[in-house]
Design a protein around this ligand. Structure first.
Ligand code: ZN
Length: 195
């Protein structure tokens, strides 16, 4: 087997959701269709050069602030806290939330050495003191780590007087928010519970 082939398969294997067989199939596809691999190279390079986190919420943007943070029709007094960008995208698709977001960049996970300093928590707490926030919707996933992260944030904001709420999950425990269908997710937002 050529070393370039091995290198290509190895770089694909280990991408989220890609196992060894899928890595080989993707490698064959990319070699067979040069246009597809050039388009992929170009998209990755351009995304890496242009995309950066929004200075307010941490969402992917090509400007200093994202399109949600600069949208005057959004309710600035409501912040929905999510783990990652795909969670924000899922909530936007279900159209049940009209406030702003805050992306943590992960969840607290002592086993993986992820502590409070590794998440965008300081910027969240800072945002809360700077602006007139009425409600914070904690929309971390219903996993052990997601629940622990929501509890940590709730504990830190207990004295703030801000209304704290949690998604009303009709989802099986542990289901990723990004895979929930729009109707289930919209119900989870509308039926959110105070904590
Ligand atoms: Zn933003």
């Amino acid at each position: 087997m050529s070393s370039s082939w091995n290198k290509l398969v190895k770089s694909l294997y280990g991408l989220p959701g890609v196992g060894p067989k899928m890595a080989e199939r993707l490698a064959i596809y990319l070699l067979k269709y040069p246009n597809a691999s050039l388009a992929l190279e170009d998209a990755v390079r351009s995304a890496r050069e242009k995309i950066r986190p929004c200075q307010m919420c941490g969402a992917f943007t090509e400007d200093d602030f994202c399109r949600i943070c600069t949208d005057e029709s959004r309710d600035k007094a409501q912040i929905c806290v999510v783990e990652q960008m795909p969670d924000l995208a899922a909530l936007e698709r279900c159209r049940a939330f009209r406030g702003q977001y805050h992306i943590l960049g992960g969840v607290l996970s002592p086993l993986d050495n992820v502590g409070p300093d590794d998440l965008r928590l300081d910027s969240l707490f800072h945002r809360v003191t700077q602006n007139n926030i009425r409600e914070i919707l904690l929309a971390t996933n219903p996993t052990v780590e997601g629940e622990a992260t929501a509890a940590y944030i709730a504990q830190n904001l207990k004295e703030s007087g801000i209304r704290l709420s949690r998604l009303a999950y009709g989802l099986p425990s542990g289901s990723a928010l990004e895979y929930a269908d729009d109707i289930t997710l919209a119900r989870a937002v509308e039926g959110r519970q105070p904590i």
